[in-house]
Structures are given as C-alpha cells and as structure tokens.
Write a protein that binds this ligand. Structure first.
Ligand code: C2E
Ligand code: MG
Ligand code: MG
Ligand code: MG
Length: 295
C-alpha cells in the first residue's frame, strides 16, 4: 500500500482539487514545461455510426500526466492554458501526436481508411493567419493526410470572431481537413450562420442529449437541428450518449453518429486500438454472414 503513495501513485482527479492544481500550475510553472517534458498524453473516444454500429472515428482528448497529481483532465488546466499562447503549444502538440500515431497505425497494418480522428482547437489556433501552413509543416514529417483529420472548434469560440473563423475554416477545408462545430447549441449563434460555413459536422451538445428520450422539448430541439443539418448537408454527431434510450432515440431520429459512455469512455491509445480491432472484427464477421446468406 505504501508503494501506491510512491512514484507510481495516482490519484483520481476531483473538481475540489482544482484550486490545488491551479496553485501548482502557477507556482511551479508546471504547465509551461509539461509539453517539453512530455507529460501530456492523448486519450481517444470512439465515434460510432448509429445505423451500422461501425466505428467511424475517434476524438483525441488531451490529458496531463502530472508527476505529483496524477492524470488530469482538461478542466483542470485548459482554462489556465487558454489565458496565454500556452494553449497553442498544447493544441499543436496534440495535433502532432495524432499525426504521428495515425502514421504508426498505418505502418502497423491497422485499417484506418474509414477512420477519421478529431482534434480540438482553441480559439487562438483558429485566429492564427498562417495556421494551415503551420499544420502542413507538422504533417510533412508524417504519413498523415489532412483528409484523415477533423478539426473541432466550439460554437462559442467561433462566435468570438466569426469573420476570421469563417475564413480560416474555408482555408482549412480547402486543404482537405474536415471541420466540426463543437458543443453546438450552447454558443448563441443563430442557426442561419451555419449556411455561411464550410463545415462538415456539428456536434450536438450533450445538454440536449441528456433527456432526449424523456423531455419533449429536448426531443423536438434535437429533431429540428437534425432537419436543419440535413438541409445544409452537415452530418450530426451526438455528444454524451450514455444510455440505451439515448442511443435508440438518436437512431430513430436519424442522427448519423454518436460518442458517449454508452459505447466507450475516452481510452488510452492501446485501449482504443483494442476497441477498434474488436469492432472491425465484428463488422467483417457480420459482412461475411450477410454474404453467405445471399449466396
Ligand atoms: P469536448 O470536445 O466537447 O469533448 C467531449 C467531452 O465530453 C470529453 O471531456 C469527454 O470525456 C466527455 N464525454 C464523452 N462522452 C461522455 C458521456 O457520455 N457523458 C459525459 N458526461 N461526458 C462525456 P474531456 O476529455 O474532459 O474534455 C473536455 C473538453 O476539453 C473537451 O470537450 C474540449 O473542449 C476540451 N479539450 C480536450 N482536449 C483538448 C485539446 O487537445 N485542445 C483543446 N483546445 N481543447 C481540448
Ligand atoms: Mg470536441
Ligand atoms: Mg464537444
Ligand atoms: Mg463539450
């Protein structure tokens, strides 16, 4: 037991720890060096096509493996990071890590052809005029193409400087990246702004999903957003699908895909690859059964 408090110890992060964490971040300048010391890590949450059950991608979510505090979620440190260009270093680190991992997976013979990986970018990333060039430099060192990546920006961040964001999104889209508007429905944009955007996905905020099966207003809002998205040729990803009733309702409404604890929590790289392999094995088995029953 004593050993668990030693070097290999970990603690489960709780919100009450935030003040303590902020103290450490600010006094030790820990986050400043976290990127260089390789203390950041990326988890992957699978994204599932609701009609087929196949995995169609995963979202990369940053974690900080702190030497003293253990594994920290973004809520513990991103707010501090977002106050300065530190958040740009973090986002670029995650982007680069994802590009290197995708390359590794390809080299290991994993079928990534139908898998898109989402990366979250803060407002500061989208406001850099040379973002596309900076990203290309990173990708040039790998075998990862823009077309394998989805770049996510929250609706809220987008609305802070909508004109700039529209231009950046256009440029990135032209380079082949897919674009997702994250936490959609919470950022006070009017729905009509969507028609001016070259985005590919909207991620319906999990506050709408929580009671989608039981609250008629959440159900109707979700239905309306899905109809609008359909008109605008945007694919909808539901966030926070936690239960069977969530998933059944979303599928019945024709929502294309979902992420959430019902399918899987964000997983470390190995856990994600196991989950993907298992899903692909099941998918090819059912294809095989379907083929057999046809012939
Ligand atoms: P997000 O992009 O909306 O990511 C989804 C968050 O919801 C993740 O939290 C995920 O763990 C959580 N989640 C997924 N399924 C469920 C569910 O069924 N129920 C519930 N209650 N939660 C679920 P996480 O990993 O703590 O990330 C929080 C936020 O931090 C992200 O929200 C994103 O805005 C930000 N973030 C994460 N990684 C990065 C990054 O590399 N760069 C930037 N700029 N932001 C990041
Ligand atoms: Mg996201
Ligand atoms: Mg989100
Ligand atoms: Mg969110």
């Amino acid at each position: 037991y004593a050993k668990r408090n030693g070097r290999d110890s970990y603690r489960i992060y709780t919100d009450e720890m935030t003040t303590e964490v902020n103290d450490i971040i600010e006094t030790n300048r820990g986050l400043n060096h976290a990127v260089r010391r390789d203390e950041l890590t990326v988890f992957f949450q699978p994204k599932v096509n609701l009609a087929s059950g196949n995995i169609v991608g995963a979202e990369a979510l940053v974690r900080w493996q702190h030497p003293k505090l253990g594994l920290l979620p973004p809520s513990a440190f991103m707010e501090v990071a977002e106050k300065s260009d530190l958040v740009v270093d973090i986002d670029k680190w995650v982007f680069s890590k994802v590009a290197r991992l995708v390359t590794e997976w390809k080299n290991a013979g994993i079928d990534t052809s139908s898998i898109l990986i989402s990366v979250n970018f803060s407002a500061r990333m989208f406001y850099m005029t040379d973002l596309a060039e900076q990203l290309q430099k990173i990708l040039d060192k790998t075998d990862c193409e823009p077309s394998q990546l989805i770049l996510e920006i929250t609706e809220r961040d987008m609305m802070r400087d909508f004109e700039t964001c529209v231009r950046t999104i256009e440029t990135l889209h032209a380079k082949g990246y897919k674009i997702a508007i994250d936490d959609f429905g919470t950022g006070y944009s009017s729905l009509s702004v969507l028609k001016n955007l070259s985005a590919d996905y909207i991620k319906l905020d999990r506050s709408f999903i929580k009671d989608v099966h039981s609250s008629s207003s959440d159900y109707e809002i979700t239905k309306a957003i899905l109809q609008l998205a359909n008109v605008l040729d945007l694919s909808v990803v539901a966030e926070g699908a936690e239960t069977r009733p969530h998933v059944d309702t979303l599928r019945q409404l024709g929502c294309a895909s979902a992420q959430g604890y019902y399918f899987a929590k964000p997983l470390p790289v190995d856990g994600w690859l196991d989950y993907l392999e298992e899903n692909q094995r099941k998918a090819s088995q059912s294809d095989f059964i379907r083929l057999k029953s046809v012939t």
